[in-house]
Write a protein that binds this ligand. Structure first.
Ligand code: NAP
Length: 230
């Protein structure tokens, strides 16, 4: 049976790389994002390789997250893999980070994945199968300076994954978090000078994510540092 994969933040950076790679592998795709035009463009490209739908959604809104998961059921009758990829980044010292920035990062990087997982778990438990994969970051592990909001939101995402993993033991629903180091994407749009030549190509990271998903193991927190840091 062809597996159905739902991916948030699907039309750029790592999300786009995962979407295109999984499409080439024949998975059916449910692609989420805030920008309708970018989403439609990606979906029309991807339909050359596989069945796909695009759902306009904002992960900060619980109702959008519920509709996103339901749309997988409406279109394909199941959801096998949820990839919580959408995320935002901003760096600033603690004195300068604004309340709005802190709220935005927590709502996007941790509240969104929790809302999406809540909706997906209900279905995956009934199916007696499923995999929720959260995209963490080495910033959630390394305690970097000026990463108060981003680093702690990703640390929370890793903690959430561990708690959910324990809670779902014995249900046949798998949960894991994949934490890459720096990648060359638009994540750094607010401070482009942060992106280094040594940052990884998201296509390389997407390949590692595919390998993780296709070879399930008990390892639930996977870290992929950029080669220069290993
Ligand atoms: N780049 C890195 O060095 C790096 C390293 C480790 C982990 N990561 C993680 O990798 C993931 C993908 O990021 P990326 O590097 O590929 O950056 P990116 O190109 O900026 O992609 C992030 C995606 O998330 C979407 N998004 C943001 N807020 C959203 C919201 N509220 N609702 C729905 N979609 C939303 C963005 O679309 P719109 O803004 O257009 O809505 C965009 O498509 C993130 O979780 C990030 O934290 C990145």
């Amino acid at each position: 049976m062809t597996k159905v994969v739902a991916i948030t933040g699907a039309y750029s950076g790592l999300g786009e790389a995962i979407s295109r790679l999984f499409a080439k592998k024949g998975y059916k795709l449910v692609l989420g994002g805030r920008n309708k035009e970018l989403l439609e463009k990606l979906v029309s490209d991807i339909r050359k390789d596989t069945s796909a739908i695009g759902i306009e959604m904002d992960v900060r809104k619980k109702v959008d997250c519920e509709k996103f998961i339901q749309s997988a059921i409406d279109a394909f009758d199941r959801i096998d893999i949820l990839i919580n990829n959408a995320g935002i980044w901003k760096m600033a010292p603690i004195e300068d980070i604004t309340e709005q920035d802190i709220r935005d990062m927590f709502e996007t990087n941790i509240f969104g994945p929790i809302y999406l997982s809540q909706a997906a778990v209900k279905i995956m438990k009934k199916q007696k199968s499923g995999h929720i994969l959260n995209i963490g970051s080495t910033a959630g592990i390394d305690y970097k300076s000026s990463h108060i909001a981003y680093g702690s939101s990703k640390f929370a995402l890793i903690g959430f994954t561990g708690c959910l993993k324990t809670e779902l033991q014995g249900t046949s629903v798998n949960v894991s978090v994949f934490s890459p180091g720096g990648m060359k994407t638009k994540l750094f749009r607010s401070k482009p000078e942060r992106m280094k030549d040594t940052f990884m190509d998201p296509i390389f990271v997407a390949q590692k994510i595919l390998e993780h998903i296709e070879n399930p193991s008990d390892e639930w927190s996977i870290v992929l540092r950029r080669p220069s840091q290993q």
